[in-house]
Design a protein around this ligand. Structure first.
Ligand code: GTP
Ligand code: MG
Length: 195
């Protein structure tokens, strides 16, 4: 998609604040620091619309970004960050669960995992969880610029194995730094918007 207009709509702390225009939505989820905000900025060709940080746990609300007035991208709180208190974590969990369960506008989920590491137990539960609610999933292996060409196939295979992804389920290598994979992610999103 050629992005001509991108704006941060709202950082929602409660459901009453979710956008009401009924535009299709794609949710982005993944461990803290995996690169969700960076992926959004890359997709939207904006340097810092979504706040990125080397300090994990920065995004703690559902952040809605509206693109060309036809689509919302939703950045959700990163999970698995130890320094966030248990009660805070449970609260985020409930917000996400409720969103996945009830949001009519939701057309797909992009689940980000770090290409450098084996997916964590949190990544596994998130994948199975979203799958359970029948939300179509694109798994994105982020920070692919940080591993060598040789490590690539192995890393992708490991992700597929650990998440127990079906063979026909899409897995896209991605780098917010180089832009690799951005057009493929867009293609997937645009396809999902039509459903
Ligand atoms: P939370 O909001 O805390 O959940 O984190 P996040 O998932 O939004 O991660 P964010 O986009 O803030 O990125 C975390 C750090 O990783 C930042 O320092 C980014 O610059 C870096 N980063 C993100 N994506 C990439 C990538 O593709 N390649 C490289 N080399 N670094 C990346
Ligand atoms: Mg973020």
């Amino acid at each position: 998609m050629k992005v001509t207009d991108a704006q941060m709509l709202i950082s929602a702390v409660s459901e009453t604040q979710y956008p009401k225009e009924g535009l299709p939505e794609i949710v982005l989820s993944g461990r803290s620091n995996v690169g969700k905000s960076s992926l959004i900025n890359r997709l939207l060709s904006r340097k810092s619309l979504a706040r990125t940080s080397s300090q994990p746990g920065k995004t703690q609300t559902l952040n809605f970004y509206q693109v060309n007035h036809v689509l919302n991208l939703v950045d959700v709180p990163g999970y698995g960050y130890a320094k966030v208190s248990k009660s805070q974590r449970e609260k985020f969990g409930q917000i996400i669960e409720h969103y996945l369960m009830s949001r009519q506008e939701l057309k797909g989920a992009v689940i980000l995992v770090d290409a450098r590491h084996e997916p964590t137990a949190d990544d596994q539960s998130m994948y199975h969880y979203v799958d359970y609610y029948d939300v179509p999933i694109l798994v994105v292996a982020t920070k692919i610029d940080k591993i060598t060409r040789n490590q690539r196939a192995k890393s992708l295979q490991r992700i597929r194995q650990v998440l127990e992804m079906p063979q026909d389920s899409p897995l896209q290598p991605f780098s917010a730094t180089t832009g690799e994979g951005a057009s493929e992610v867009w293609q997937w999103i645009e396809h999902r918007m039509k459903d």
